[in-house]
Design a protein. Structure first.
Length: 79
């Protein structure tokens, strides 16, 4: 369809009303979706922060040689 108006297409009142209501409902749906854009943006930021924590490489190497271990029997305490 090239957007041209074709001769001979007669639309009934019901067809015209259906088109009008379709356009109105679509407009309300798009307007309602805009309200959720802030929530989607906040969720994306929270996800990025969560992945930053998960992907963080600690500055202390647990497999480094020369590490000292603590003997759990040498420490006593009460809770």
């Amino acid at each position: 369809m090239s957007g041209e108006i074709q001769e001979g297409n007669d639309y009934t009142g019901g067809t015209v009303m259906a088109i009008i209501f379709t356009v109105i409902i679509a407009a309300f749906s798009l307007a309602g979706a805009g309200n959720h854009a802030k929530s989607v943006t906040e969720a994306k930021i929270a996800g990025k922060l969560a992945y930053d924590v998960i992907d963080h490489v600690p500055s202390i190497d647990p497999n480094a040689s020369g590490k000292k271990s603590v003997d759990s029997n040498s420490h006593k305490g009460r809770i």
